[in-house]
Design a protein around this ligand. Structure first.
Ligand SMILES: [Zn+2]
Length: 593
């Protein structure tokens, strides 16, 4: 069937089921292929509405869509949202006690969606079960898990192919948020999807505002961030100890702040995660162990208290903000010591991986130290050709200064060399400033040609220069906390390489209290009443508030003030099922204003 014949029906089903009047981005293209029975690999960024591309065909077609997903938590999350939209869905996992009932429903053709883990899907008796019912579609979520090139290889995914091949007439839809060229080709080959079945959406997340700042006082900077962003947020910290410390100090501010790391018991982790998912204002301080399998759409900020592992990791972690499309912020606070530690760890990596790991770190340093648009750097990293400015990152909103610090860098590198490549920045600063304390005198460093060579103008730039040199690897940490020459240090000393540095604007204070990152009206009593109602209904139903309605739906209600069920049904995000379940309650609330 050509796409033109399919889409009017799809639009009707889209409105009835999800309450939307139009598709977003490549959703339409993917749905049209699936409905035409063509196997497809869709690479769509988080927040682009991936799950809709199989849920909608599942509702429209005869038979069940079998969804393979790697995490039980993720499956249960999807199940909740699908059920709230009136989609007949079930999960078949070791955590479910209603497996018999699910199997009966499946056999009777009573399910639109059946979620399973790959290890179950690859078992012979599961194949047997499938052969007794009608299958409309195989959807393989987190499909990069099938590839050894991917960042998250799962051997179980390799066992799916025989199952898929046993049903040659059933189309396959593979879905992933991140896959480079290698991984994409591998997914196509491993899952038997033709090359022309690849659909790639752009990586851009325009509603996320990126900001990257030097870490001066992490606690103060994080507190300010929390004050500016009242919605749910995640703070990533590098170690368990740091997570505990930040969580404790930040929770003193009155806001609910909980920790999450692999050192906590599974029960505590599950409890803290559930609290976060259900909350409208909680902050989770976590190691990167947290986030995979969380599908909370209303996360308003993601902060990094130290550098992430790579640009890929940064993109993935910050991508947990703003999945509902509302304005969100991603802020990284970085220090020279982050890069120093990361470069130390390079030495422990197996020889054959050192080169690529070093490149990852250099790419990250490039993102951190750029004076240009952050989004453009990110998107270029993923092979796109973005506009040079985005208007929604720190550098676009307030251009930082760029200074040529080559001379000062030469003075610093020279001081490092002449003092024997074993002192930290504190001592080097004294030498360069001409401060003759006991240690300087004892070592005879007051006799060196670099003693007191730094001018008054240069003094405030020394730390930024040291930071920049460490980020780019021209200065390397020694085992005892000193600094040694590395990378292109000799080229800089010889005047063959220059050192531009970025001087951040001094206006963090100015933006404070602006709350310009939020989309929700502040102080609108009707909007607040709708949120309260949503909270009550969510508590009653035992689901997170966003499962009832997203903020954007409540905003539209507060603005349009519908007075009938028919009018309410025209609001974005209000499908048939939700109109039946919650329509009269929300109308009653609106009538009181
Ligand atoms: Zn920008």
């Amino acid at each position: 069937m050509p796409a033109a014949d399919i889409l009017p029906d799809a639009l009707d089903a889209l409105h009835a089921t999800f309450g939307f009047t139009a598709f977003r981005g490549v959703q339409e293209e993917v749905v049209a292929r699936v409905l035409a029975g063509q196997s497809t690999l869709a690479v769509m960024p988080t927040g682009a509405g991936k799950s809709l591309t199989y849920q909608l065909p599942a509702v429209m077609q005869q038979g069940t869509c079998v969804v393979v997903s790697p995490l039980i938590a993720l499956m249960h999350d999807q199940l909740r949202s699908a059920s709230a939209n009136g989609i007949r869905a079930a999960t078949l996992t070791s955590a479910d006690t209603d497996r018999e009932l699910t199997i009966d429903r499946f056999r009777d053709g009573d399910l639109d969606l059946l979620y399973v883990a790959p290890e179950r899907a690859s078992q012979p008796h599961f194949r047997e079960l499938l052969s007794r019912a009608r299958i409309a579609l195989f959807a393989i979520d987190e499909a990069h898990c099938v590839s050894e090139w991917g960042h998250d290889f799962r051997p179980d995914y390799r066992l799916l192919r025989p199952l898929l091949d046993a049903f040659p007439d059933v189309p396959r839809l593979a879905l992933t948020a991140t896959a480079d060229h290698h991984t994409r080709a591998d997914i196509l080959a491993q899952l038997g999807i033709p090359e022309d079945g690849l659909i790639v959406a752009g990586f851009d997340r325009p509603n996320i505002r990126y900001a990257i700042r030097p870490r001066e006082n992490a606690m103060r900077q994080l507190k300010a961030l929390l004050d500016e962003n009242p919605g749910p947020g995640i703070v990533y910290a590098p170690t368990r100890a740091r997570v505990e410390q930040l969580a404790e100090t930040l929770s003193a501010g009155g806001r609910r702040v909980l920790p999450y790391h692999a050192g906590l018991s599974p029960e505590v982790r599950a409890r803290n995660q559930a609290a976060f998912v259900a909350s409208e204002d909680m902050v989770m301080v976590a190691t990167v162990a947290f986030g995979m399998g969380i599908d909370k759409p209303d996360v308003r900020f993601v902060a990094h208290a130290g550098i992430p592992k790579s640009i890929e990791a940064y993109y993935q972690e910050t991508g947990r903000a703003g999945r509902d499309g509302d304005p969100s912020v991603a802020v990284m606070f970085w220090g020279a010591d982050d890069f120093a530690r990361a470069r130390m760890r390079l030495a422990e990596v197996e020889q054959h991986r050192q080169q690529s790991e070093r490149q990852r770190l250099d790419a990250l340093a490039g993102l951190v130290e750029t004076a240009a648009c952050r989004r453009a750097v990110l998107l270029r990293h993923f092979g796109e050709e973005p506009a040079p400015t985005c208007g929604n990152c720190d550098n676009c909103l307030e251009a930082p200064g760029v200074a040529d610090a080559t001379q000062l860098a030469q003075k610093l590198l020279s001081a490092v060399y002449r003092t024997g490549q074993s002192y930290g920045i504190g001592h080097l600063e004294k030498v360069l400033s001409g401060v003759a304390d006991d240690r300087v005198l004892q070592r005879g460093h007051d006799q060196l040609s670099v003693f007191g060579i730094m001018t008054e103008d240069e003094k405030p730039l020394l730390r930024p220069v040291s930071r920049a040199l460490q980020a780019r690897g021209s200065l390397l940490p020694t085992e005892h906390g000193g600094l040694a020459l590395g990378g292109d240090a000799r080229a800089i000393l010889k005047g063959e390489a220059s050192v531009p540095i970025v001087v951040p604007p001094r206006s963090e204070r100015k933006r404070r209290g602006g709350r310009d990152s939020g989309a929700n009206p502040v102080g609108d009593p009707l909007f607040d009443a709708l949120r309260t109602l949503r909270r009550d209904l969510a508590q009653e139903a035992g689901v997170p508030p966003y499962v009832i309605f997203h903020d954007s739906t409540l905003r539209e209600m507060a603005a349009a003030r519908p007075s009938s069920l028919a009018e309410l049904g025209e609001i974005g995000g209000v499908g048939t099922r939700k109109l039946e379940a919650y329509g009269s309650a929300f109308l009653a609330a609106i009538r009181q204003f």
